[in-house]
Write a protein of this length. Structure first.
Length: 123
């Protein structure tokens, strides 16, 4: 019988926790945790899921798609509406768009302000 485990938090390493929290807050509409500070910030997600951002000295951004600096983590988001509209809005907010796009018209791989790759999809 498997353990009864519930995912309650995901934490990303980054150089500036408040800036990365602000990026994801603007992208998702999640609420900033009231005890967020320059060393650790977080967003309160749906169903009790917490997304944390912790300061790491000498942080090195992932170099996706090559693995010279591994991606460490990959987050996927389901979006409402047109994929190209969500992509354009995220790019305006400071997301990056790698040249390599392995999913064609089904999804987009973008990078957050700390270089972590993430996908957006309508599925």
């Amino acid at each position: 019988m498997p353990l009864q485990m519930k995912l309650v938090a995901v934490t990303l390493d980054c150089p500036d926790p408040l800036a990365l929290a602000a990026f994801y807050q603007q992208a998702t509409g999640l609420e900033l945790h009231p005890k967020s500070d320059a060393d650790f910030a977080g967003l309160n997600g749906e169903y009790g899921l917490f997304i944390g951002f912790q300061r790491v000295d000498d942080y090195r951004a992932p170099s996706w798609p090559d693995q010279i600096v591994p991606q460490q983590l990959h987050i996927c988001f389901k979006i409402e509406g047109a994929l190209h509209e969500a992509e354009a809005r995220l790019l305006e907010m400071g997301a990056g768009k790698p040249d390599h796009q392995p999913h064609g018209d089904k999804a987009r791989v973008l990078t957050d302000s700390a270089g972590h790759p993430f996908c957006i999809s309508t599925r």
